[in-house]
Design a protein around this ligand. Structure first.
Ligand code: PLP
Length: 378
């Protein structure tokens, strides 16, 4: 027998969540964001599950060129959007050959692409900076970019894109309205009456869930736009409220399972784990779980972080170590060596664990370590 830790990846839940994204997308097409190994869930297995969903996903969005080539080598034919475009000009022939759509976010990228002869007509995304101030063209750069692209024969359809910094905040406290207003201003400044409007691609999960009818919806050409959900496809909520994934009807895709490998009774005043960070306030029974930070469990999770043991909710005790963590068996007196433990997923919202550890579901998913065996369920 091997170490009892494993993660299950529930592909039926992934397809279910795609269905929820469809409901909110309001006719817009869906890029499933699969960057970072599908947020730790496994690139190919997620791509295949989404490609065979019905209706199937419309395309995949990635950051890593290697991942895009992996999808093509596996025979996946969907459009692929590269969210950071290309890094050096020598990638351009590969983009054209494998039909990867670059997101151009600097004038330098626009110039390089416009001046590189490529076969066919390459669709491109133009990323606009509307207030995130990370990637994207500023208002005064947009007309230049459009002119250079119009002058290049090998450039096809142009889609305008922006990214929201605070779509997860309550509308009255967020910069959403400002970003949308700036976007509208940028578009109006380059729109000509005889030219059809550009398709738009605006929403991540938070924007899609919170503004379904105003972003990519009726105000922005229904059916012609695209949305870019990531976290919600994996059953994670982009919102702070720990129960919000459930409220939204999202199902967890990743569940991290392990078992108790030791049970022991300790006397009042005994310390547990490195640094003696937990001191028993009374005689108690504790369990040791085969899961530590080298498996992707957050080392900063404090005493009290929720853990399920034999289906019962209990809490972490003391410091998380590399391969182990300790739990209070007070609420689970029947627990023995071999009792099943859920660290997050079905039965315990990853958002609760993330909140206790001062991080996000995104980081916990992405941190799942390569040494944790994965079992796909469907
Ligand atoms: C990662 C990413 C997304 C997906 O964001 P979620 O919050 O996971 O839905 C969308 N757009 C861009 C540009 C991204 O980098």
């Amino acid at each position: 027998m091997s170490r009892p830790i494993h993660a299950t990846i529930d592909l039926a839940a992934l397809r279910h969540n795609l269905g929820i994204a469809r409901q909110y997308a309001n006719g817009a097409a869906i890029w499933a964001v699969l960057k970072a190994n599908a947020y730790g869930h496994g690139l190919l297995r997620c791509a295949r599950a989404l490609a065979t969903a019905s209706p199937a996903v419309d395309g995949f969005a990635l950051i890593e060129l290697e991942s895009a080539l992996t999808l093509r080598a596996a025979g996946l034919q969907q459009p692929i959007l590269m969210l950071e475009g290309f890094y050096t000009a020598d990638e351009l022939p590969l983009l054209a050959e494998h039909r990867l759509i670059p997101t151009l976010h600097t004038l330098e990228q626009v110039r390089t692409l416009a001046h590189t002869r490529l076969p066919g007509k390459q669709p491109v995304y133009l990323k606009l900076n509307t207030g995130m101030n990370r990637l994207g063209l500023n208002a005064e750069e947009l007309p230049h970019a459009l002119r250079w692209l119009a002058d290049a024969e090998h450039i096809g359809n142009i889609t305008l894109m922006t990214h929201f910094a605070e779509a997860d905040s309550p509308p009255e406290a967020s910069s959403m309205a400002l970003q949308i207003q700036r976007l509208a201003g940028m578009i109006a400044s380059v729109q000509q009456p005889d030219r059809p409007a550009w398709p738009l691609c605006l929403a991540n999960s938070a924007a899609l869930l919170q503004y379904p009818a105003t972003i990519d919806g009726p105000q922005a050409m229904p059916g012609s736009g695209w949305v870019r959900p990531g976290i919600m496809l994996y059953g994670g909520s982009p919102f702070a409220e720990p129960q919000s994934a459930k409220t939204l009807g999202l199902q967890p895709v990743m569940t991290l399972h392990s078992e108790l490998i030791t049970v022991r009774d300790i006397a009042r005043g005994e310390r547990v784990g490195y640094g003696g960070a937990f001191i028993a306030p009374q005689n108690m029974r504790i369990g040791v779980v085969a899961c530590g930070y080298a498996d992707g469990y957050p080392r900063h999770a404090p005493t009290g972080t929720p853990v399920l043991v034999a289906g019962q909710r209990t809490g972490l005790l003391g410091r998380v170590s590399m391969d182990k963590l300790c739990v209070d068996l007070g609420p689970v007196p029947q627990a023995t060596v071999g009792s099943p433990v859920t660290l997050w997923g079905h039965g315990l919202a990853v958002e609760e664990v993330a909140q206790a550890a001062g991080t996000l579901n995104y980081e916990l998913f992405c941190a799942l370590a390569a040494r944790v065996p994965v079992i796909e369920t469907d």
